[in-house]
Design a protein around this ligand. Structure first.
Ligand code: COA
Length: 190
């Protein structure tokens, strides 16, 4: 299946995505607030996990295309660690630096939220980010997600002492999304 929006397509991973994904994930600016994918093997294994997640759950962090070219990844995932808000489905994004500032992350995320709420019937979708990751938190705000500081948490997969360990949590409930569906995307079903 593919999800289309005005400018973008969210689709399953192809072998041709592996090189540009690895290049994006080796960019220190892109990875500033993310756990590292230090090697090509680690990068490929991340893609393999997304393909397995798609097969198991019907959604994943999809590859995102604009004008036929790879620009990044946006999608949904079942959170694999334990925290005060899990079990939960998360939304996340990573866009190659050359394409920042074009509104691609929020556009693709609206399409992914629509899939999550209307097709997968998730009751709630959450997003987390490092405290200083203003760009990502801007995307969460643009999507109508909201943060309660009482939800801030220590990420169990980030080592103690690492500044990334303390994370903010944004939430969006299905009823709030359905009350204010701001998206104009379609699904071509192929
Ligand atoms: C966060 C990210 C996905 C945003 O993607 P995007 O498609 O550029 O999103 P937008 O165009 O809506 O821009 C979001 C914000 O980023 C900032 N921004 C945009 N372009 C920028 C640039 N070239 N340089 C610095 N900041 C920029 C702006 O604050 C913008 O908010 P605004 O539109 O209110 O001014 C992208 O910056 C990214 O991939 N960052 C690295 C990976 C990451 O941190 N992922 C999230 C982990 S929680």
């Amino acid at each position: 299946m593919r999800i289309v929006s005005d400018r973008l397509m969210l689709r399953p991973w192809q072998d041709a995505d592996r090189a540009p994904f690895a290049e994006m994930s080796a960019d220190p600016a892109v990875m500033q607030y993310l756990l590292p994918l230090a090697t090509r093997d680690a990068s490929d294994a991340w893609i393999d996990r997304q393909m397995a997640h798609l097969a198991a759950h019907g959604f994943c962090f999809w590859a995102v295309e604009a004008d036929g070219g790879f620009v990044g990844t946006v999608g949904l995932g079942r959170i694999g660690y334990t925290a005060h808000f899990t079990p939960a489905v998360e939304i996340g994004w990573r866009i190659a630096r050359a394409f920042w500032g074009l509104g691609y992350a929020p556009e693709a995320a609206r399409a992914a939220l629509r899939f999550g709420f209307e097709t997968a019937a998730c009751p709630e979708i959450v997003a987390n980010a490092g405290f200083d990751n203003d760009k990502s938190q801007r995307v969460m705000a643009k999507l109508g997600m909201s943060r309660d500081p009482a939800d801030d948490f220590d990420h169990p997969r980030v080592p103690e002492g690492d500044p990334l360990r303390r994370q903010v949590l944004y939430r969006l409930r299905r009823e709030n999304w359905l009350r204010n569906p701001t998206q104009s995307e379609g699904e071509d079903g192929s």
